[in-house]
Design a protein around this ligand. Structure first.
Ligand SMILES: O=P(O)(O)OC[C@H]1O[C@H](OP(=O)(O)OP(=O)(O)O)[C@H](O)[C@@H]1O
Ligand SMILES: O=c1[nH]c(=O)c2nc[nH]c2[nH]1
Ligand SMILES: [Mg+2]
Length: 168
């Protein structure tokens, strides 16, 4: 396990923003599959990839959806990524050709590096990307700097904030 990462900035993503960005990802992928433009299946990298994968598969009308479970972080502490659950082998075929593998973000790229080794012919798509891991992803929507921590809507709650000028 490594030390807590030195993130200076926070990028807070609402459900609405995530929905827009995941839709934009779907539209960018539309018609770019190897089989007359079609994709055979969507595979979400759990857990963060599940909400974007649901939106992408809905937009592109892909009904075959599976998951690969990878654990890489304990809160903001990075650990060696491990595959806890693999997708069904008949869905992945030979190297994952025609399969869209979707995650919420790529940061260092270690998670995608591991999954790419397993499915080198799949297409890797994330909603957000940081520079260090960008090389691991085929399609993404928004890039943030490496020292930014992305806060997803499922990790946040609405709460009261003090007015800028404070109160008596
Ligand atoms: O590019 P990397 O540095 O490998 O980091 C990116 C991965 O880290 C997060 O997953 P996490 O392991 O925290 O699990 P979760 O999706 O279940 O929250 C995120 O959802 C990506 O899958
Ligand atoms: O919620 C998250 N935000 C991030 O920026 C990040 N990087 C790796 N894993 C992450 N999880
Ligand atoms: Mg994840």
């Amino acid at each position: 396990m490594v030390d807590r990462l030195p993130h200076e900035k926070g990028f807070h993503v609402s459900w609405d923003q995530l929905h827009r960005d995941a839709r934009a990802l779907a539209w960018r992928l539309d018609g770019r599959g190897p089989d007359d433009g079609a994709w055979r299946a969507v595979v979400a990298i759990t857990r963060g990839g599940m909400a974007p994968a649901m939106i992408v598969s809905r937009e592109l009308d892909i009904r075959t959806v599976d998951t690969i479970s990878v654990k890489s972080y304990n809160h903001q502490n990075q650990t060696e990524p491990r595959v806890i659950k693999a997708p069904q082998s008949d869905i992945m075929g030979d190297g994952g050709e025609g399969v869209l593998i979707v995650d919420d973000l790529v940061d260092t790229g270690k998670t995608l590096e591991l999954v790419r080794k397993l499915f080198p012919k799949a297409h890797f798509a994330t909603v957000y990307a940081k520079p260090e891991g960008r090389r691991m992803v085929d399609t993404y929507i928004t890039e943030v700097s490496q020292d930014t921590w992305i806060f997803f809507p499922w990790d946040m709650a609405l709460q009261y904030v003090q007015p800028f000028r404070g109160t008596d």
